[in-house]
Design a protein around this ligand. Sequence first.
Ligand SMILES: *Cc1c(COP(=O)(O)O)cnc(C)c1O
Length: 433
Amino acid sequence: MKTRAAPAANLAYGFETRAIHAGAAPDPTTGARATPIYQTTAYVFDDVDHAASLFNLHDFGYIYARLTNPTVAVLEERIASLEGGRAAVAAASGHAAQFLTFFTLMGPGDEFLASRALYGGSLTQFGVSFAKLGWTCHFVDPADPENFARALTPKCKAIFIESLANPGGVVVDIERVARIAHAAGLPLIVDNTLATPYLCRPIEHGADIVVHSTTKFLSGHGNALGGVVVESGKFDWAQDGRFPSLTDPEPAYHGLKFFENFGDFAFTMKARAVGLRDFGPALAPMNAFLTITGVETLHVRMERHVANARRVAAFLAAHPKVAWVSYAGLPASPYFELAQKYLPKGAGAVFTFGVEGGYEAGIKVVESVRLFSHLANIGDTRSLILHPASTTHRQLTEAQRKAAGAGDDVIRLSIGLETADDLIRDLDQALGT
Ligand SMILES: *Cc1c(COP(=O)(O)O)cnc(C)c1O
């Protein structure tokens, strides 16, 4: 909810200009040029009438930081602009953003489809924790988009995919899945975390909602958790009575109908005014500030992340101790063609490779690197390495690990912004030629 239009959100400006300016203006009181951190819990009302109109959602403004905050609002408007969306709501983490998205769409007994190639935490959130709320997720192999059409049920409320999935560099045919979703009257939700809007803009390919873990490349420095939900503003929530949470009277707001009242930003309003209000995963102003600062260099960083990733992937592909490299930016990848279409500026900077010698060899590599950090994160300025079989996926059986793309020989890299030759030398010594 912004009370005043910010200058550069409009799409006439280039991506780089919007990454720096969208949603922000010099502070009207002090002239502060950087977006201030509004470290406040609440905001003073002008008078009782003003308070009443804010609480009734008749007026946009600030009440309490669980709902809105001016620093967070700048980030929301900026990401909405970069994705080419209508509006956005930020959340405390990527998982909180996913929860808000599904809470806004689903009721107990509802179902949705999700690609099987997802971030591991999303597989658990959808498959285990959402089940406790009465929401059923059917996982689908995205290699053939028709698998989504075959898996649809009358209770489905959405289809969820990642534009570029980790691990394994899986690129999904967004336009084909969007057509399948729309033919069934459903919105397509795309997790665009690994690509960022610099490399891929799912709304341009038919997505209705884009979610992000801003924790990764958007903030970009490994220092701020966050998430955001962007809506395209193009989905008709009233087409067949399938989304009562958006079309029916909302008891907590005197019978307000969100879609009727807010139209092309009804989804965002509902996610905020009910989802954030009642569950509380608001983004901290400090984390919004750090993320805004990160986003201002997104285009410059992503270009270098991709350039470094290409060099490291090519080096590994030619290395005698490396069995395979799974990077959609390499012509040998089965996803190379789709990556050319959906990620024309590059296939990101997270990929996996297989080390000759299996489990023991994988452990040796992560314990021998000096520059790469051995940890469970991606999208940092620093290069990161992980052996999923001995860490994030260690509770699974070997067969389950294989199915999840986390077999014993798999090593995942998130390539940072260091000197590419240094990264290559580090991996070379760790592989032990
Ligand atoms: C990290 C990640 C998430 C979850 O985000 P958090 O900010 O850690 O909650 C979701 N999707 C993808 C693709 C991720 O990489």
